[in-house]
Design a protein. Structure first.
Length: 313
């Protein structure tokens, strides 16, 4: 066991998740205030000593993304100047992850910029979950522990006892994720062949795999405007699927997402709490699973210098 004191602090993006993580670890949430001055500038006040401690900061960079990112940077700077031993940044949802490469001339690579900012602020380690692009781990020059949500989602669906399941990837890029879930459920996979004529717009071209008469589970890392997921659900029903479930780690659910899901053929949407969902975004068909035990256990293992990868064996 590490002899260094372990402290966990939270910014404003997901305090409920931070409290649940602390409950799993068995320590109180650190005493800090994160607010704004009257001109809108971020203000952070640490109300307890962190000198020499292993400090973990919980902050998803979800909507409002820029505010939550700035809160995180100011918090890390405050901890560095207060002589924290190590500063470990826990980002359950990493905003800007979809801007991970240049797709057109003169595009920025904003995911790399965000990594630079966090590292320059003073972070010593990153713990994050289901990055949209796994190569973002390489954007950091500090250790990155990348957690995955498939075990949590897989356990839920296994306990439901669904019959004749097929796991569906909504695009070619998500095949590895779909295969991991399929292995846990001992089910085959299918793939939606789609194209994106423009951002946040998807068109289904065809379905690769047998879905007729089966219970389809579509898995993705993010559901944003829900265009892809609802188009995929409709296409699966048209191709003979019995019913359609969807699941993801990060429920961004922006713009028309809630209306699209409410009016879709989706039986149930299973998400995690990496991003907090207000009541206005929770439907009768929404099921929220907590990632707090997983993140809490990862923090314990990092603090005690144990393997994190064994969580997924």
């Amino acid at each position: 066991m590490s002899r260094t004191r372990l402290q966990v602090f939270s910014c404003n993006s997901n305090p409920t998740l931070a409290e649940s993580i602390c409950e799993h670890i068995g320590i109180p949430l650190g005493d800090a205030q994160v607010g704004k001055f009257s001109d809108g500038e971020i203000h952070v006040k640490l109300n307890e000593s962190v000198r020499g401690s292993d400090v973990y900061v919980i902050q998803s960079t979800c909507d409002p993304v820029n505010q939550h990112l700035m809160e995180l940077l100011v918090m890390v700077d405050a901890l560095k100047r207060a002589s924290a031993g190590t500063i470990n940044v826990v980002i359950p949802y990493y905003g800007y992850a979809r801007q991970d490469r240049k797709t057109r001339a003169r595009d920025p690579i904003t995911a790399k910029l965000v990594a630079n900012l966090i590292e320059t602020a003073g972070a010593h380690r990153i713990i994050t979950m289901d990055l949209h692009a796994t190569q973002i781990q390489g954007f950091f020059n500090i250790p990155v522990d990348h957690l995955v949500g498939v075990p949590i989602l897989g356990e839920y669906f296994r306990e439901k006892g669904l019959k004749d399941v097929v796991v569906v990837s909504p695009d070619h890029g998500g095949v590895i994720r779909a295969r991991r879930l399929a292995e846990r459920l001992e089910a085959p996979i299918a793939i939606i062949d789609k194209r994106r004529p423009e951002p946040n717009v998807a068109e289904v071209m065809s379905i690769v795999g047998d879905v007729e008469g089966k219970t389809a589970i579509i898995i993705d890392d993010i559901i944003d405007t829900a265009g892809t997921i609802t188009l995929a659900a409709n296409a699966l029903i048209e191709h003979g699927a019995k019913e359609v479930y969807t699941c993801c780690t990060h429920p961004v659910l922006s713009g028309p997402a809630i209306d699209r899901i409410r009016d879709s053929n989706i039986t149930e949407m299973v998400v995690t709490d990496t991003i907090p969902l207000p009541k206005s975004k929770q439907l009768d068909k929404t099921k929220i699973l907590s990632v707090a035990p997983l993140i809490g256990e990862a923090i314990i293992r990092v603090h005690n210098e144990q393997s994190v990868s064994k969580l997924f064996d």
